[in-house]
Design a protein around this ligand. Structure first.
Ligand code: ADE
Length: 238
């Protein structure tokens, strides 16, 4: 799949390809990422991309024409790609949204800066708005990088072990279980004995129980939404 990021800070976004699953996905050719900067479409000598809001108020807005020109260039590179504006006004990014994005041929991730972008560009050119959480960031770039990272690990052939996506936390609407590596005694703290027992069924049960408890504890919303199947009930009452 191809992702174009419309951003005034291309060098910031480029860092997402330097590690982890985006790096793997780019290496295998499953993913290509490029950037378009509105500044390259600025018309005046100062290459201005922002202006004061009509009606007053603090801060500046990205002006429509340079942003629209950048989105048009992104569309030319990836015809048919969904145009997604990163914004705290958007729908919250979750596993289902990441999965849906990973099944598209392409995305154009538009990053706002300053106080935001002119509403007319949103109305004319944006298919949907996505937020990564209920807080305001300096711009959409970190959100775009979150989308790219989360999408990359779901592209076919990217995770070496096919089981890994299924094993990922959230695949079953559960948080992850704790993990341990050597040494088996670290600063006086041991490792749960079941993990060194060699009994794989007991280990699976222990991990599942830990996942259920962690979810009930930290994310009761997920826990109740998921409900309890027979196995979960048996694990929790054992
Ligand atoms: N831009 C600014 N804040 C954001 C957020 N919470 N999510 C996505 N993009 C943003």
């Amino acid at each position: 799949m191809h992702i174009t990021v419309v951003t005034l800070f291309p060098e910031l976004v480029a860092a997402v390809g330097e590690s982890g699953m985006p790096r793997v996905a780019i290496g295998t050719g499953a993913l290509t990422v490029d950037t378009v900067s509105p500044r390259d479409f600025a018309v005046n000598r100062h290459r201005t991309v922002d202006d004061r809001p009509f009606g007053g108020g603090p801060g500046m807005l990205m002006i429509p024409e340079t942003l629209a020109a950048a989105i048009t260039e992104a569309r030319r590179r990836a015809p048919g790609a969904r145009v997604v504006l990163m914004s705290p006004q958007g729908r919250r990014l979750d596993r289902a949204a990441v999965q849906a994005f990973s099944e598209t041929a392409g995305l154009i991730l538009v990053c706002g800066r300053y106080e935001g972008i002119d509403q007319r560009v949103i109305d004319a050119m944006v298919d949907e708005q996505v937020s990564i959480g209920d807080y305001v960031l300096s711009g959409g770039e970190l959100g775009a990088m979150v989308v790219i990272d989360a999408v990359a690990r779901r592209l076919p052939g990217v995770l070496g072990d096919a089981a890994s996506v299924e094993q990922d936390s959230f695949e079953e609407a559960l948080l992850d279980h704790p993990h341990y590596t050597r040494p088996d005694n670290w600063r006086g703290q041991g490792v749960p004995p079941v993990l060194t027992s060699g009994d794989h069924r007991a280990i699976d049960d222990w991990r599942e129980r830990q996942r259920l408890r962690a979810t009930a504890d930290a994310r009761p919303d997920l826990f109740y939404q998921r409900g309890l199947d027979d196995r979960a009930r048996a694990l929790l009452t054992a």
